[in-house]
Design a binder for this molecule. Structure first.
Ligand SMILES: CC(C)(COP(=O)(O)OP(=O)(O)OC[C@H]1O[C@@H](n2cnc3c(N)ncnc32)[C@H](O)[C@@H]1OP(=O)(O)O)[C@@H](O)C(=O)NCCC(=O)NCCS
Length: 404
């Protein structure tokens, strides 16, 4: 089959007036319709300068493709924070697909981030096969769990600290952002939420509830949870942010104590969550899905690697390839639990990898030895990879906590 000719679209930044056309383009790509009310609900999160639009001069549609970003901060292992745009609303009209429009958008968007001095870019992907070619690496793992609440018993002696209380939406709106900020500070990979983001969460429009109720809110001095009751005695935990183990136990005791609920589902139980160990039968927390979560694209290797801490002392030279953007090079990384220095070097490399693989390691969510087995990392001396893994391990399983 002869491939369709490449299309060189006209790219431009959005203006405030473009939002309805963007909404239409997005709806066509993802299979929904945005009403005028939806458009206005979204407007506070719409920063036109951050939106790249593609136009095909031969097509009457003003917007045939979109790529945008939200201005997030992300937490690195050790607790420091980097500004990190979260790429979002990426779509190309089905009439224009596979003609290089996404490639044109990605090129322009990443060049813009480089010009702005961005070190790390984030995204979550609709499909796992799209973004590796642009230098993004799958960096965290999304885990879906389902808990058959009817058979849950807490282990004798499991903490029962109390302190969780129901609250209305206004009280929760006042409480949740501070808890979330504290939660972000202790979770590598955590993505910040702006006040506008919280406003949008608390709009909680009926047609976005997937057939469930409005959100119920649980507060704890060091925690926050929200959930919906759904059809067939289900309960879906939307957010659960616990800053202390007491808050974690207290919130889960209430959620798993909801009479008349059979099944509780959520993505807020990462692989290292202690919840199964609080229960008499940890197998009640059943994993129903595992997939790539946050993806990281490193644009400034020294800044990204020096921003985090390392669990053990490490002194290594990495040769980073970046076939898409040429942001790689050879760098010496010296790190320990107190901090790190990373700078260009001409010394002999210990490890060779592409920038996407480095993105997979950044938050400690994947092991260098695993990537080496997949031939994504090469190290002549295998002992180096064991040292890299020991050092890159994060204090917690990284999780981002906010879908975008
Ligand atoms: C995914 C989507 C943005 C791709 O846009 P596109 O303009 O067709 O992509 P391009 O033609 O620029 O393709 C760029 C490269 O990515 C590859 N690619 C595109 N979509 C892909 C997919 N879904 N899976 C795997 N590879 C894909 C192309 O084969 C091409 O490869 P190459 O240039 O390295 O040989 C578009 O199909 C779309 O909007 N899909 C529905 C919405 C969606 O999933 N958006 C992504 C949200 S994260």
């Amino acid at each position: 089959m002869i491939p369709p000719p490449r299309l060189i679209p006209t790219l431009r930044r959005a203006t405030a007036d473009d939002l309805p056309a963007i909404g239409a383009a997005q709806g066509r790509a993802f299979g929904f319709h945005m009403s005028p009310a939806d458009i206005e609900d979204f407007r506070p999160l719409f920063e036109p300068d951050r939106w790249l639009l593609a136009h095909d001069p031969a097509d009457p549609d003003p917007v045939v493709a979109v790529a945008a970003s939200y201005p997030f901060d992300v937490t690195l292992p050790g607790g420091s924070v980097l500004p990190a745009p979260g790429v979002t609303w990426v779509s190309v009209a089905a009439t224009h697909r596979r003609r290089g429009v996404l490639r044109a958008l990605m090129t322009e968007q990443l060049r813009g981030f480089v010009a702005d001095g961005v070190a790390v870019v984030l995204l979550t992907a609709s499909e796992g096969g799209i973004y590796g070619r642009f230098g993004y690496g799958a960096a965290t793992t999304d885990r879906r769990v389902e808990i058959d609440r009817r058979f849950v018993m807490f282990r004798p002696g499991a903490p029962d600290p109390g302190g969780a209380r129901f609250a209305d939406a206004a009280q929760a709106r006042a409480h949740a952002p501070d808890v979330h900020r504290r939660w972000c500070a202790r979770n590598p990979g955590a993505v910040s939420r702006s006040e506008r983001w919280w406003e949008n969460v608390f709009l909680d429009r009926e047609h976005h509830r997937g057939g469930g109720t409005a959100l119920f809110h649980l507060l704890h001095d060091d925690g926050y949870a929200s959930f919906r009751r759904g059809p067939n005695d289900t309960c879906r935990v939307a957010d659960l942010f616990a800053v202390t183990e007491d808050a974690h136990a207290a919130l889960w005791r209430v959620v798993l104590g909801l009479d008349l609920v059979q099944s509780v589902s959520t993505t807020a139980v990462p692989a290292d969550d202690p919840l199964p160990f609080l229960l008499a039968d940890g197998r009640r927390v059943r994993t129903t899905g595992l997939a790539d979560g946050l993806w990281a694209r490193i644009l400034d290797v020294p800044v990204a690697l020096a921003a985090r801490t390392y669990a053990t002392e490490l002194d290594v030279v990495v040769e980073v390839g970046d076939p898409f953007l040429d942001r790689g090079g050879r760098f010496r990384l010296r790190g320990d639990p107190d901090g790190a220095v990373c700078e260009p070097t001409t010394g002999p490399p210990d490890v060779h990898l592409d920038v996407a693989a480095l993105g997979s390691l950044l938050f400690g969510g994947h092991r260098a030895q695993t990537l080496a087995r997949a031939r994504l990392i090469d190290a002549p001396d295998p002992a180096v990879l064991r040292r890299v893994d020991a050092a890159f391990t994060a204090e917690r399983e990284p999780q981002y906590g906010t879908s975008f």
